[in-house]
Design a protein around this ligand. Sequence first.
Ligand SMILES: Nc1ncnc2c1ncn2[C@@H]1O[C@H](COP(=O)(O)OP(=O)(O)OP(=O)(O)O)[C@@H](O)[C@H]1O
Length: 220
Amino acid sequence: MTSPVLEAEGVSIERAEQPVLDGVSLTINAGEGVLVQGPSGSGKSTLFSVLGLLAAPDSGSVTVAGDETSDLSERGRARLRREVIGYVYQDFKLVPDLTARENAALPQDHTGQRDEAWLDELFERLDIADLENRHPPALSGGEKQRVATARALANRPEVVLADEPAGHLDPEASESLLGLLQSLRSDFETALVVVSHDRSLVDRFPQVYHLEDGTLTPLE
Ligand SMILES: Nc1ncnc2c1ncn2[C@@H]1O[C@H](COP(=O)(O)OP(=O)(O)OP(=O)(O)O)[C@@H](O)[C@H]1O
């Protein structure tokens, strides 16, 4: 039996005194591909933050790689963020003073284990090898998105969380990036959780949930 890499149970959170997530439960097993689809403002980025231990829920629990996180110290949560989860942020969060390759290597530098061969492979697979010495201000939105994806995968995480990972790409580049994420999922058992408003992604994922009015519903 596969064990969950990420599990949210009864998660609720308010923003500006309004409920955004209302008793959301979600289980992600190793290697699973899950899309959370919902309209703008439905709470997708909030769910991304809660699942990624970037925000604590008001109630409910989030368990990462078997560790229930509400009782963990900040140090323990930081370790899970570093070692278990990879993040593709909606606004990339690349460091402008570092090259594309240095940005992608940041998670490895935080754990003290540079793996140049894996970075080479990621840059090849993402088709950005020729951009590795450029700084983010000199990259297009789609190029930044691929560098951010390389960074998310740098530590071979058990689960990648991605907020609108194809938001800045044309349909062809979006298809290729999602194909890459899905192939990494099958090659390395990396679970993938994508939150997106983009309905065209629905057919690309084995499991799809709809988020609206604070409630997460599986789409049949
Ligand atoms: N820091 C905050 N303070 C107040 N309200 C917030 C805050 N963050 C989010 N919200 C509100 O919470 C709701 C959910 O926001 P969230 O960003 O999670 O939605 P989303 O589905 O990701 O939207 P989008 O697709 O437009 O990115 C929105 O109504 C938003 O205005």
